[in-house]
Every structure is written in structure tokens, then in C-alpha cells.
Write a protein that binds this ligand. Structure first.
Ligand SMILES: [Cu+2]
Length: 129
């Protein structure tokens, strides 16, 4: 167990070093890289791009949501119970990070929960297997 975790961490460290090397060292992040998937999402009026995401059960997911729209937006992941599971509010021009680890397989709807935005098309889907 410990050895296994160690190799995963080692692998991620190696990945991080490779990424840092590729970026020329100019923009290396000071934070330790999170394991799991990272999705970059752009919010505008009235859509998320991309709007489909796939992940595995227990896999930590990091959403980096940039609001390129003219008004504020939210990024709300709905749990399989129909309740809000995770939420980020993104002001226009800002980027917010939202972390979520799905604990069960299924389709998790993602919406902007501001009045009228979901109906106008601000929806996405996280499919977990
Ligand atoms: Cu919105």
C-alpha cells in the first residue's frame, strides 16, 4: 500500500518535472500537482466549453473555470441525490478552481444556477465510471 502510493507520488513528481522542463521554467506552478484529472472550462453567455467530462470513481478532479463572459456565472456540480455537491462562483474575467472527487458511478449534471442561465444552455455533464 505504502510502496504503491510512493510510486504514484513519484510518478506524479516526475510528470511535474517534465512539465516544468517543457514550459521552460518560466511559469512553473509553486503548488504540488494534484493527482487525478484537471479540466479547463470556459464559461460564457450561455454555455460551458467543453461541456462533457469523464472521470473514474474516486478520482480527484480539478476544474479550472474561466469566465470569459460579460456577467458572473457559477459552476455547480449536482450530486446523484439531486443536491448541490460542489460549487464555484466565477466573476467575469476571473478563473476559479473547483475540486471534486466522485464517490459513485453515474452522471453528474453541472449547471450555472443563476436565474435563467441553465435554461439558456449553461449545462454540462460529468460522467463517472
Ligand atoms: Cu451563468
Amino acid at each position: 500500500m505504502n510502496m504503491r502510493k510512493g510510486s504514484v507520488v513519484g510518478f506524479i513528481s516526475l510528470l511535474a518535472m517534465l512539465l516544468a522542463a517543457c514550459s521552460g521554467g518560466g511559469g512553473a506552478s509553486p503548488q504540488a500537482p494534484a493527482s487525478g484529472a484537471t479540466f479547463n472550462v470556459v464559461a460564457t453567455e450561455f454555455a460551458f466549453n467543453p461541456n462533457t467530462f469523464k472521470a473514474g470513481v474516486g478520482q480527484p478532479i480539478t476544474f479550472k473555470i474561466t469566465n470569459n463572459g460579460q456577467v458572473d456565472h457559477t459552476f455547480v456540480i449536482m450530486g446523484l441525490d439531486g443536491k448541490e455537491a460542489a460549487k464555484a462562483s466565477i466573476k467575469t474575467g476571473a478563473t476559479e478552481t473547483l475540486q471534486f472527487t466522485p464517490t459513485a458511478a453515474g452522471d453528474y449534471p453541472i449547471i450555472c444556477n443563476l436565474a435563467g442561465h441553465k435554461a439558456a444552455g449553461m449545462t454540462a455533464m460529468l460522467s463517472v465510471k
